[in-house]
Ligand binder design. Structure first.
Ligand SMILES: [Zn+2]
Length: 309
């Protein structure tokens, strides 16, 4: 009856800045946020020449910021966006920062703090605005969208835990930015879509939905280490894979989890089986990509190649 088949009914992980503000948000905002909960229920020096994600200097995108020529800077530069360390890699003859931009990033000029040897400098880059599509969903049976106070409290606790995981940093020499889609299937909900349930704005969709049958093998997008597994109220059974240097992938609504925290996984290795656990209208994989704590568009990592060449 509605165009909500095989969608998650909750945005699994909100932009870091948004979730970080939850404890101090304006009461009206907090009310809206809780309201949405109810409706959402239903419905290093890396390898030289490393493949880079598609550069997209927009909120929810990835900025590739040149830092220094490899010939000039022998040691890998370090970079931070605010307090958060940022992935730095060599792209041909140049060191570049690969910066995740949260959906609530303000368009305009931004700065990285860059340390090259003993010198620290600011490196400016510009973020352009982007209008993501809207999805309006009308839910007639409101009895199915109510959260009990217990469930609501659980969901809010889990968002805090998710936020902490997103900020995880592990320095690595072998981060692979050339991802594979974890499952083959029809693409469903795209990244960044603003969802409205019965006219009420809810948090945007910060992942990519791939519609697949239940118990389809879900594969690791790239090599990494299992950071955590969990069974969340909204996201259902979830796996996080840490690819190093602030790059993390998240696989949600799984039927079965076949890995454990701390386990090394290779690209294409089965992590588990797809499902519809948590709050999902049908079996699908919700796949998110986190970079320096920001949820970014996963499709940028699949359409590979340096956008700067
Ligand atoms: Zn989703």
């Amino acid at each position: 009856m509605l165009a909500v088949n095989a969608l998650d009914l909750f945005v699994p992980a909100l932009p870091v800045a948004f979730t970080a503000r939850m404890r101090t948000m304006h009461p009206l905002t907090a009310i809206m946020f809780r309201h949405c909960f109810r409706f959402m229920l239903f419905a290093l020096p890396l390898l030289a020449h490393a493949a880079l994600p598609q550069s997209s200097n927009v909120p929810g995108g990835v900025a590739v910021v040149p830092l220094c020529s490899v010939a000039v800077c022998a040691a890998t530069p370090q970079a931070w966006l605010g307090e958060q360390p940022v992935l730095v890699t060599a792209d041909h003859d140049e060191w570049v920062a690969v910066v995740g931009l949260a959906l609530d990033t303000t368009p305009g000029a931004h700065e990285l703090r860059v340390k090259i040897g003993a010198e620290t400098k600011a490196q400016e880059f510009v973020v352009s605005p982007k209008d993501y599509p809207e999805q309006h969903i009308t839910l007639k049976d409101k009895s199915k969208v109510e959260l009990s106070p217990t469930d609501e409290a659980r969901a809010e606790r889990e968002i805090v835990a998710i936020t902490e995981l997103k900020l995880h940093w592990r320095a690595a020499q072998d981060t692979d930015l050339a991802f594979i889609l974890p499952v083959k299937g029809k693409l469903g909900g795209r990244f960044g879509v603003h969802r409205f349930f019965n006219g009420e704005p809810c948090a945007p969709h910060v992942g990519l939905d791939v519609v697949v049958k239940r118990r389809t093998s879900v594969k690791a997008s790239a090599q990494g280490t299992v950071l955590a597994v969990a069974d969340y109220f909204f996201n259902g059974k979830t796996i996080y894979v840490d690819h190093g240097n602030g790059l993390i992938t998240m696989y949600c609504h799984l039927d079965r989890i076949d890995v454990h925290p701390g386990e090394s996984v290779s690209k294409g290795q089965r992590l588990g089986l797809s499902g519809k656990t948590g709050r999902a209208t049908g079996p699908h994989l919700h796949w998110s990509v986190i970079l320096n704590g920001a949820m970014v568009d996963p499709e940028l990592f699949i359409t590979m190649g340096s956008a700067r060449h």
